[in-house]
Structures are given as structure tokens and as C-alpha cells.
Design a protein around this ligand. Sequence first.
Ligand code: ATP
Length: 609
Amino acid sequence: MKARTRRLNALIERVLNDLESYEGSMIADLRRLWREYLVGHRYRILLALTVTAVWSVFPFITAMLTRFLVDQVLLVDAGYDPSMFEEQFPLFIRYAVILFGVWGFFVLANWTRNWLILDTGQRVIYQLRKQLHEKLQDLHVGYFETHETGKIVSRVLDDVKVIQNWTTTYFLDFSANVLRLIIGLGLIFFINWKLSLLIVVVLPFYAYIYLRMRPNIRRNSIAIRRMNSNMYALSAERIAGVAVVKAFTQEKHEIRSFAKRMNNYVRLALQAILYAQQLTLIAGMITAVVSGAVIYLGVTFVRVGTMSFGDVMAFIQIMPNLFVHVNAVTRYMTQIEAVFVVIRRVFYLLDEFEDVPPGKISLDGMTGKIEFDHVTFRYPGQEKPAIEDVSFHIDPGEKIALMGPSGAGKSTIFQLLCRFYDPQEGVIRIGGVDLVDADTGSIRHHVRMVQQEPVVFSGTIAENIAYGDLDATPAQIMTATTQAELHDFVMSLPVKYETEVGRNGIALSGGQKQRLALSTALLTQPEVLLLDDTTSALDADTERRIRETLDRVLEGRTSIIITQRIATARNCDRILVFENGKLTQEGTHDELRKRDGFYRRILEQQESI
Ligand code: ATP
């Protein structure tokens, strides 16, 4: 048993240490939750709370009606006999009518309460998810590189659901339990304060046991939440990377690793159930003992005439519920801190800084002239610059190859040209406009990037290409596909541009995907095209054909191609070589092949193959 507890504690410790912590003040979070999400629904919530308060009284009314039935209708104290009941019959009818009326009223109250709260819950969830989704669109790109997709999805779906439940259903349930506890205690004191003292004496004992267990319960429930989100992240990542899993025949390893995580999760979940059961058991035992004592003392009080039978009946009816309410209140209290962790996690995401602030100047009508003037850039949170003191000029229509070892800063140049980030030092200009002053939408309209691994969304070919400009006409789409030499292929398909691609459609080859991505990029006829190693994943023949296409497409446009291939680089007007974040070589193929350095080394390597 000890070893099991030790292992479980070690697991909780690992889960809690392993992940980001979310510090903050509960009061501040609560204020923000109210201000930003709930205040708009305040009347509904207030109404729901009022109805809940009314509804909470129901069991006590029935208890008091039982007291009335025993003492006033059945006259148990006076020694019940059937002839007396004849006389009491009208009173009995009154009792039945009241009970029926009360019951009907409370069914209605409960229905109203549920409707109000479920309706509010749906509104809160809609608002939060919408806001989170908008935030995801506005976030800077770096966020997605440093956060797992699964965890982000878990924020939007899972965490929001927890917040919805806690701000509505659970909150009302918690309030109802607190209220019932207060009313119940008040009533039993009203009926007989001496007998009530018995309960008041044992409640602190129960609270003591709960407080002793609380730290463990709390840690356990926080660990469960975190593990849940972790598993979500891992599943999403491995499903997305299923090809890699299969390529390295790691299916068994994945199954084992998931089973292990699941097993740990189940251990924690079972422990949570065990804690809840222990509390219920203790409450049950206390209730049993106290009930016995209450019946014994109650009957004694009846004998000496200080209490009626109806009083004892009402007491017995109310008392066990008090422990149920104490149990519910403590259960909510144990979870509340874990819930605040969830709320904070969502707030952390909402507070992440967004894309760069948009400037006002449009790049419409500008040339594709590019200038880097002593630019130094560090990714957020990084000490080492990704590029350092980089200066170069590219004339409109020039075709430039970016070369250099892995991690040299080539892709960073693209990220800066699309203005996904602003440099900390130096200036970047396109068409003479400092990018910091330029409108980001306009930059991304005139500077288009084709990624190394093009992303194809579910939808038709036309929809995928139109993603480059939702206002594009079919004629513009066709011009783009013709330029990218995809048009003939599309026309050979049975439903042509309406052919479904992506997850639900036909599978495109690597070359076709690149042509599709190129068409999307060309849709706005951008002045500047950025191509990231677009041919590296292709076979020699497709690569040659894509390169020929590119030669035609790039004619007259400013273009930068990240490449590792001399064959591509020699076709360019100039080559820029980056090493370790610095621009180390610049020149034409003929110039660079004569100089010592990275370019010549690569040239020799590739020629020797
Ligand atoms: P490759 O040829 O392998 O794609 P690269 O020359 O394009 O490499 P970059 O991707 O520009 O290199 O990276 C330059 C440096 O910046 C590297 O040290 C890299 O680790 C770092 N870096 C890149 N992206 C990020 C990021 N989002 N956050 C932090 N550091 C990053």
C-alpha cells in the first residue's frame, strides 16, 4: 500500500513538474471572467440564482409537510386511531393538495433553472470559442512553432467546456448546496436546538478529515487535468505524423507509449474516485451514527414531551441531506483550484501577444525592390540572434538564391519579408517602404511565399487556389494555374476545378501539390515571390519541369529561392550565402565558384557526385 502511494505521488510530482505553471490570483481571474464573459448574461444568471434559491427550499418544505402530516393530520402524538382520521380527512386533502402544488411548482422551477443555465452556458461557450479562434488567427506565427497543436485544440474545446460548466451548471449546483446547508441547519435549530448541537459537533470533525485530504485531492485533480491535455497533444501530434510513425515502424512503440500514459491517467482518475468515495464513506458513517443518536435522543425527547413525533420525522429527513450538501460543497471546493488553472490557461492564450502591429502604408504600385539595412533579429525568448547585422539589396525583377547550412537564418529572411516578425535592429524595405510602416495585409498580398511542404486544405482545387485571394475570378484562377502549369492536369480530371483534394479528396503528387501552392501564390500576381526549397522533395524529372516552370513564372518578378542545389543557384542572377546568421558571401555563380568558401565547397561536393 505504501509503495503504491509512493509511486502515485511520484507520478503526480512528475506531471506537475513537467508542464508549464499558470500563476495568478483567483480573485483577479474571477473578476475578469465576470467582466468579459458573464456580465452580459447577468440578468439570466441572477434569475437562475433566484430560481435555484427557491428550488433549494423544496426538500425542506416536504420535510416540514411531513411534520405537519404526523403532528396535525395523523395526530400520532395523541395516539392515532382510524376514527380520528375521518375527522381529519379535510386536513389530509389539504396536505395532499399543498404537496401536489409544491411538487408541481418545483418541477417547473427546476425546468426554468435548467433552461436558463444551459442557455447561458451555450452563449458563454460560443463567445469564448469564437474569441479563442479569433485569437488563434491573430497570434504571431512563432506561437504555433513553440506550442503543440493538440494542446491548443484542447484549450479551445476541452478547457472552454470546463469553464462553461463551472460558470453555469456547477456554480448553481454549488450555490444550491451551500444554501441548502444553511437552510437545513437553520431549520433543525428551529425544530430543536439541543438535538441540532449533535450535528454541529460532528460537522467540524468531518471538515477536519476533509482538510487533511484536501492537498492530495487538489494535486491529484490538477495532475489529471494536465495529463488530459498532454495526452490530447500527443495524440494529435502522432496522428498528424502517422506517416513518420509507420516509416520508422514505431506503431508498437506508439501503442505501448499511449497505453502507458493511459494507464497513468487511469491510476490518477481512480485515485480521485477513491478520495471521493472515502469522503462519502466517512459522511455515510457519521450520518449513520448521528442518525442513531438522533432517533434515540429524539424519542427520549418525545417521551418527556419536549419534542413531537413530527419534529423527529422532519429531523431524520433533513439531517442526512446536510452531510450530502457538506460532501458536495467540499467536492466542489477541492476541484475549484484545478478549475482556476484551466481558466488561467485560457487567459494565458488570450493574452499571448499578437501579430506585428499593422502599419498604414500600402505596397500597391510599389516595385519589388528589397533592402536589408543592418538587420538583426532574435526570435521571441531567444538570446542568440537568428540573423545578425545583415545588409543586402535586391533590384526589382532580380532572381536570388539563398544558400547556407541548416540553421543559418535563410527561412528567417522569409519570415521577416512576410513581416511575421519585426527585427529588433535595422530596417527592411520593400519598394522603398519600411515594412514596420506597411500594412501587413498589403505586404502579404504583394509578397508571396511557397512553403517547402505545401499545405493542401480539404475542399476543391478551385477553393484551394482561391485561398490566395477570396475575391479572385475564375479567369484569374485559370491564369495562375496556367502560369504554374497545373491547368492541363486540372482539365484532365472528371470534374476539373471542382475536384475535391485534401483529406476527403484525391491525393496529389508532390509536384502537383507544389504547382497548386505556386498557383495560390501567383493568384495576386505578386511583385515578390519567396520559394523555400520547393524542388528538394521531388524526383529529378519533376524537379527539372518545375524549374522550367519557375524560370517562366519568375521572369520579371523579384524572387528569392532557398536552395541547396547548385543547379538552381547558377540559374539565379545572384547568390547570397548565409552562415551562422551572417551574410558571408554574395555574388554570381561565376564569381563565387572562384572564391574560397561555402559555395565552392558545395559546388565541388555536388560536381563530384
Ligand atoms: P534550414 O535550412 O534548416 O531550414 P535556415 O537557414 O532556414 O535552416 P532558420 O530556420 O532561419 O534557418 O533558423 C535560424 C536560427 O533561428 C536557427 O538557430 C533556429 O534554431 C532559430 N529559429 C528558427 N525558428 C525559430 C523560432 N520560431 N523560435 C526560435 N528560434 C527559431
